[in-house]
Write a protein that binds this ligand. Structure first.
Ligand code: PEP
Ligand code: MN
Length: 334
């Protein structure tokens, strides 16, 4: 249930509502908005009776939230969530950001060179995995702590914000020390201990869609993070597994549209994993931009043929620069 307060409701009115919710055994969360505050009620199994609240001072209405995901739903919050990274960088609410860099951090030379290239082309975030969840235990697993240190060095040199994957709860405190955004990978979308753990800390999170997850399951996974206390969450469409084998994944452009309707959280698209083939990445990036994503995350490597992971889907600096020029024009079509 969502209890909508009058625009002129006082803090004392809001506190009274919160206390009434708690007294009934539910959880209350105040959601301040531009015009008025609302109080979200969760923790109930069945329907909550509106009568208990509508007679309280300062309450305008009490409405049932029909979606199973509550806190991330547009029903509960109509305005976009905007994540503010400082220095004029915001994600959500009409801004457009490009996150770019290699799949994995491989060496100082590689990450600094790539960071300079993508910053120069207009990216605002540097991506790069230090802890890599690989399908094979024999594949490159990432530079781990050294990789995080190199990302921090690249941030110093370029001013880019850093997004990197957190693979498990054990490494979370360390990764959170270095990252501006914690990426939860597709393989971990329903790792509920990890979702709750990133929800209990305050670094922004980008949650990637699981390989075979529905849009609803993605939203329910995001609900775990927000319910644990962290409202700075973005969702990422990165393609899903279908019967198609010609592309690495099937990029779900319709999901981007649906997510923009269903949730106030920023929506990111990953065309690199979405198709898995470098020459298809610009087309998907352009499509996602027109459909209305808040940000793109794109793999770029100075020498894709030498990459230790995902070389075949990585753009060269030259191709990335060309794409950035096109994206700037397309943004006006959103
Ligand atoms: C990645 O971003 O390099 C990655 C491993 O992505 P995903 O979790 O979407 O497979
Ligand atoms: Mn990758």
């Amino acid at each position: 249930m969502l209890i909508v307060m009058e625009p002129n409701a006082t803090q004392a009115d809001i506190d009274t509502v919160m206390e009434r919710v708690a007294a009934l055994g539910y959880t209350a969360r105040a959601l301040p908005g531009a015009q008025r505050t609302a109080v979200a009620v969760t923790g109930n199994d069945g329907a909550v009776q509106a009568d208990a609240f509508v007679c309280l001072k300062g309450v305008k209405s009490a409405v049932r939230v029909s979606a199973p995901y509550k806190l991330v739903s547009r029903e509960v919050r109509a305005e976009d969530t905007v994540i503010d990274f400082g220095n004029g960088v915001t994600v959500g609410g009409g801004s457009f950001n490009v996150m770019a860099g290699p799949c994995s951090v491989e060496s100082r030379e590689q990450i600094i060179e790539t960071a300079k290239v993508v910053a120069d082309a207009g990216a605002t975030f540097l991506r790069g995995g230090a802890y890599k969840p690989r399908t094979s235990p024999y594949a490159f697993q990432g530079l781990k702590k050294e990789g995080l240190e190199l990302l921090a060095e690249a941030r110093e040199v370029t001013g880019l914000k850093v997004i990197t994957e957190v693979k498990d709860t054990e490494s979370l405190p360390l990764v959170a020390e270095y990252a501006d955004v914690l990426q939860i990978g597709a393989r971990n979308m329903q790792n509920y201990s990890l979702l709750e753990a990133v929800g209990r800390q305050d670094r922004p999170v980008m949650l990637k869609r699981g390989m075979s997850a529905t849009i609803k399951e993605l939203l329910m996974a995001a609900e775990y993070i927000v319910n644990a206390g962290n409202t700075q969450v973005m969702l990422c469409e990165r393609g899903i597994r279908t019967f198609e084998t010609m592309t690495r994944n099937t990029f779900d452009i319709g999901a981007i549209h649906m997510l923009k309707q269903l949730t106030h959280l920023p929506v990111v698209a990953d065309p690199s994993h979405g198709i898995g083939i470098w020459h298809g990445v610009p087309a998907l990036a352009r499509a996602a931009t027109v459909v209305g994503v808040d940000a793109l995350i794109i793999e770029v490597h100075p020498r894709p043929s030498e990459a230790l992971s995902d070389g075949p889907q990585s753009l060269t600096p030259k191709n990335f620069r060309a794409l950035m020029g096109q994206l700037n024009q397309l943004r006006t079509l959103q």
